[in-house]
Design a protein around this ligand. Sequence first.
Ligand code: ZN
Ligand code: ZN
Length: 286
Amino acid sequence: MQPQEFEVSIEELNRCSQVIKALFEPMVEQFRGDWTSQEGQTEKPEIFEEFLKRKIYHVKKGQSLAFFAIGRLPQLILLSELEEFVEAYFSLPVIFLSDQEINSIPSDAWRSILCYVPQANANSILEHVIKPQKEPNAIRFWGITAITHEDLLCDPDDDLDYVYGLSRAGEPGLPGIAVVSTRRIWQPDAVGFELSRLRLFKLVTHEIGHLFHVQHCLTHACNMNGVETVDQIDRHPIEVCPECMAKICWIGQIHPKARCDQLIAVCERLNMQSAAGLYRKCRELL
Ligand SMILES: [Zn+2]
Ligand SMILES: [Zn+2]
């Protein structure tokens, strides 16, 4: 068998990650209520070198990322903008599958506690709504992500539990799956359209980052930081740190320069000036 030829070597990714390092801050100071302060949080940092030891397979040429909505999304959410941003972030085409009705979520996945909005169990959505899409789309998709405006939970034994999203990475030949909720972050009346959109882009790219087998980042201010509060989402940048960037680029076989070029163009088109500025600085150093 011919050894597979890669477009981006580990050495080149190490070089790229080194030269942009100075542009990234250490993990933002943590506050009570943040993800890192949660009981039972035992994740450990994983540097690029350790990530490589896991010998994860690569995205195959021709694969795409799929999206669909479950139930109605707020009108102002423009999936075409999300599509553009995600395509640049992961250098993969995005394809939309048919949207699903809210009643595709099994009735026993719901809970209603006191005066909270009803919440749906994200595990049940992965299992019963998204997983059935895996086999029919084997090979074709690297990941399938559902977006919903329903509030999600992960641990039904914890009355206060909620999550912004949940994901399960794929296996060779089968796509990973993820679900993201816009319920707690989409507040255009309170914080404006642009901040709401930035939060949405952060959540979706974070969950897809997990589909690239990237774990939570504990070293830098990074889009792969675990988050518990909206404030925490707002504190970290939309970009991944140099270590997490190297992981995504390795799995996707993307050159960081090409990725930066695409991201600069899309951030300018979508008027995301601060993100565009960061990508321009990265590009100069690369
Ligand atoms: Zn996460
Ligand atoms: Zn990171």
